[in-house]
Design a protein around this ligand. Structure first.
Ligand SMILES: C[S@@+](CC[C@H](N)C(=O)[O-])C[C@H]1O[C@@H](n2cnc3c(N)ncnc32)[C@H](O)[C@@H]1O
Length: 254
């Protein structure tokens, strides 16, 4: 019983930590003045060093995701940690990577665009809010509590067998296969003031999304086979109403 309570407590802690980190990510990107670290602080290093550090930080985040989300890694990893806390541990590792980005990000000097027109600025902020909203909604369309590991620890606490959620094809997932990532991209790019620092962040995360979604789809094909290939033939990846690239882009890993 103590082990079950500890499992649930860990799941709750990881979930709370991640939700707080997600909220901080919004503050970090939009540059909320009340928080200690934002994208647009004063530059403290040379531009070259700042570029190298920033790329390395986002690469670390991408590598952590690419490795820890792969079924082969999970099979080995769950010989060391109980399967019930595997996803919560993934979330804790994600929080560590994001905390490194928040605290170690090196600002770059300069501004790429600054919208003076008030109506346009309001439009861009609205789009920004829509992007974050899409991210949150997408987590609930998949399975919010499974995605963040809480369901797994709850089932272990209740002594129930874990069943993986099926892939979904409803709502935003009928428009694109990656609405969560699309929401992120909208939130990162839609801003009335695009500093060079923010541009660097948006570019590196766009690279992560483009690579990360391809890796994720290999896993989805491994898990769901022809069902997912068929889905990929009918629904575009990131651009609504674009022609789907189909199964060629989602061949299982060799
Ligand atoms: C961070 S979420 C991103 C989901 C998707 N790439 C998106 O951008 O909306 C990653 C998790 O979503 C799951 N996933 C991706 N597409 C899914 C779908 N259509 N239905 C259910 N789960 C999905 C993956 O298995 C993975 O565990």
């Amino acid at each position: 019983m103590i082990a079950r309570i500890a499992t649930l407590a860990y799941g709750l802690t990881a979930y709370t930590l991640f939700f707080g980190t997600f909220l901080y990510l919004i503050a970090f990107v939009v540059g909320l003045p009340q928080v200690p670290f934002t994208l647009d602080g004063a530059p403290v290093t040379s531009t070259g060093l700042a570029l190298a550090i920033d790329v390395a930080l986002v690469a670390l985040f991408g590598i952590q995701h690419a490795i820890m989300a792969r079924p082969a890694f999970k099979r080995r990893w769950t010989k060391l940690v109980p399967a019930s806390i595997e996803r919560s541990t993934f979330m804790v590792a994600t929080c560590v990577c994001l905390a490194l980005i928040f605290t170690q990000w090196r600002a770059l000097p300069g501004t790429v665009w600054s919208v003076e027109n008030q109506a346009l600025a309001i439009g861009l902020w609205s789009l920004n809010g829509l992007g974050w909203g899409m991210v949150l909604l997408s987590t609930f369309l998949i399975d919010h509590f499974d995605l963040f590991g809480l369901r797994q620890t709850w089932l272990a606490f209740r002594g129930r067998q874990y069943t993986a959620p099926r892939y979904v094809e409803r709502s935003l997932y009928r428009v694109v296969r990656h609405p969560l990532m699309l929401g992120m991209l909208i939130a990162f790019w839609a801003t009335p003031v695009m500093s060079v620092s923010h541009l660097m962040f948006s570019l590196t995360f766009t690279g992560y999304v483009l690579i990360g979604t391809r890796i994720e789809e290999r896993t989805l094909v491994e898990l769901h086979g022809e069902d997912y290939r068929d889905y990929a033939r009918r629904v575009p990846g990131l651009v609504p109403f674009a022609k789907p690239r189909g199964a060629r882009s989602v061949q299982p890993a060799a």
